[in-house]
Write a protein that binds this ligand. Structure first.
Ligand code: G1P
Ligand code: ZN
Length: 546
């Protein structure tokens, strides 16, 4: 602690609900607004980082309601806890992948990401805080557990009393003896993208006039990034990026890039005069959705195609070591890995499980079915990166999205894939459903002509550090290659969300162009029968189908 820092020690009492979930601590805004709530969690983080004194941290968020207040608290507490320097995105803004990049580029000790990702924002929406470590990725479970343990016994926190910092002015300033540097949120990130992709080829495609695209920033953080990169650097026509101004409540929408919440964008790619390419990103810029003219690229397929086309992207050509996917993600990427002779990994849900594989160089690409794709360029998933990657593929192959998909399926087979979410269901009913599923013994049983050949509760041992994780979701595999997975969400803020993941493998090209929900109908009925979801939750149908 520097001598000239005068910290106030404030007495507090623990909250019992500060266990980080799949991606940090996520709660409704009024929960965060309770006196001491944010402070307790931030102190619990600092208490879990014994050697943070004198180090550099990065902080920024997606600009949602409470972002600005939270940053000022974090700055004053960082000062009181002896942090050497804070790198802060201008106006408190940084996308999640940009935080990851800044931590890595500046060799910072770690950083705070302020976001509730794709959850709605505003006074009645959600807020979140996540601590990332020095590799730029989310804290591993050992650290989040330590933070949680601290939050259960905290009795005081440290903060300095100081006026708010002006986060609008780029450059250095100081707060009670701690250095602060306000950085351009976009510059370093844009430079990184330029180092990975063929900007000449993408620029030529975007300026050609014949290629029509739209990027929907959903009033969230990627607006300024997408404008700077797609329109200013690559020369896409002005207006290519829509909903480009980040708003504290995302314009009242769910900033979640999927077929349901980005329906307006999807509509522009359908019909007789569709756009060639559409893409969207979420609240904090780590998710992406890719659509082509009258076609949708499932995130699982996106990962597979990205890996299969590595050789046409400068930053990836000739250096693919392996591919990792979260367990519920379809097995499309595994088939690409097999063909290319590289490693394939299946990890629990959540980006934090990719960190060690990336650090060890065991994988280059990672993906989740939940609209997350990324690579070893940062340690978070990265929405705009995926969009640029797809544009790079399109520019190099000169093929429409639908043709790329059809060719991929013809070569590898198609995984018809869908996720059905039952949101805000009674927590006890959801827990019971999962407990009963786990206890069921389905091996050898037949449903709708399929026989169960795999039945387990997914567990994972990290191949790098041996950390063991259990209870990650019930997997039911069938003899024809179909699969159903059940798990409970770890990011929700009210009740429970049951996720049912459904997939059916179709190797025959002549059967690869049917409607996904129709192809999956039998499997959907099987999933309902096995879980009893309707009777247990009182729901007739899922709330969201992606
Ligand atoms: C969800 C997704 C998961 C993703 C996480 C953070 O978590 O399913 O893949 O990593 O959001 O974006 P869940 O709510 O399922 O725990
Ligand atoms: Zn997100």
């Amino acid at each position: 602690m520097h001598d000239n820092r005068v910290a106030t020690v404030v007495s507090t009492a623990p909250f019992d609900d500060q266990k980080p979930g799949t991606s940090g601590l996520r709660k409704a805004v009024p929960v965060f607004q309770q006196p001491h709530y944010l402070e307790n969690f931030v102190q619990s983080v600092f208490d879990a980082l014994p050697d943070v004194a004198g180090k550099t941290l990065v902080v920024g968020g997606d600009g949602r309601f409470f972002n600005a207040e939270a940053i000022q608290v974090i700055l004053r507490m960082a000062c009181a806890n002896g942090v050497g320097k804070l790198l802060v995105g201008q106006n408190g803004l940084l996308s999640t992948p940009a935080v990851s990049n800044l931590i890595r580029k500046h060799k910072a000790y770690g950083g705070f990401v302020l976001s509730a990702s794709h959850n709605p924002g505003g006074p009645d929406g959600d807020f979140g805080i996540k601590y990332n470590i020095g590799n730029g990725g989310p804290a591993p479970e050992s650290l989040t557990e330590a933070i949680y343990a601290n939050s259960r016994r905290i009795d005081q926190y440290r903060i300095v009393e100081a006026p708010d910092c002006d986060l609008s002015i780029l450059g250095p300033q100081s707060l009670g003896g701690m250095a602060i540097e306000i950085v351009d949120p976009v510059a370093d990130y844009a430079q990184l993208m330029e180092s990975l992709f063929d900007f000449d080829a993408i620029g030529a495609l975007l300026r050609a006039g014949s290629f029509k695209m739209c990027f929907d920033a959903m009033h969230a953080i990627t607006g300024p990034y997408a404008k700077a990169i797609l329109e200013d650097r690559l020369g896409a026509p002005k207006g290519t990026v829509v909903n480009a101004v980040p708003l504290p409540d995302f314009g009242g929408h769910h900033p979640d890039p999927n077929l349901v919440h980005a329906a307006e964008l999807v509509a522009k790619t359908r019909g007789k005069t569709p756009l060639d390419f559409g893409a969207a990103s979420d609240g904090d810029g780590d998710r992406n959705m890719i659509v082509g003219a009258n076609c949708f690229v499932t995130p699982s397929d996106s990962l597979a195609l990205i890996a299969a086309h590595a050789d046409c992207v400068p930053g990836y050509a000739g250096r693919l070591t392996g591919i990792a996917r979260s367990m519920p993600t379809s097995r499309a990427a595994d088939r690409v890995a097999e063909k290319l002779g590289v490693a394939a990994f299946e990890t629990p849900t959540g980006w934090k499980f990719f960190g060690n594989l990336l650090d060890a160089g065991k994988v280059v690409f990672c993906g989740e079915e939940s609209f997350g794709t990324g690579s070893d360029h940062v340690r978070e998933k990265d929405g705009l990166w995926a969009v640029l990657y797809w544009l790079n593929i399109l520019a190099k192959t000169n093929k429409p999205v639908a043709q790329l998909l059809a060719e991929h399926w013809a070569e590898y087979g198609r995984d018809y894939y869908s996720r059905h979410d039952y949101e805000g269901v009674d927590s006890a009913a959801a827990a019971q459903l999962m407990a009963d599923l786990r206890a069921a013994d389905l091996i050898g049983k037949s449903f709708d002509g399929r026989t169960v050949t795999l039945f387990d509760d997914f567990a994972y041992t990290d191949p790098v550090n041996g950390e063991h994780t259990t209870g990650q979701g019930v997997r039911i595999g069938f003899d024809d290659g179909a699969r159903v997975v059940f798990r409970l969400s770890g990011t929700g803020t009210s009740g429970a969300t049951l996720r049912v993941y459904l997939e059916h493998y179709e190797p025959r090209p002549e059967h690869q162009h049917a409607d996904t929900q129709a192809v999956l109908a039998g499997l959907i009925a099987t999933a309902r029968a096995i879980s009893g979801v309707e009777a247990r939750t009182g729901r007739k149908a899922p709330d969201v189908i992606t």
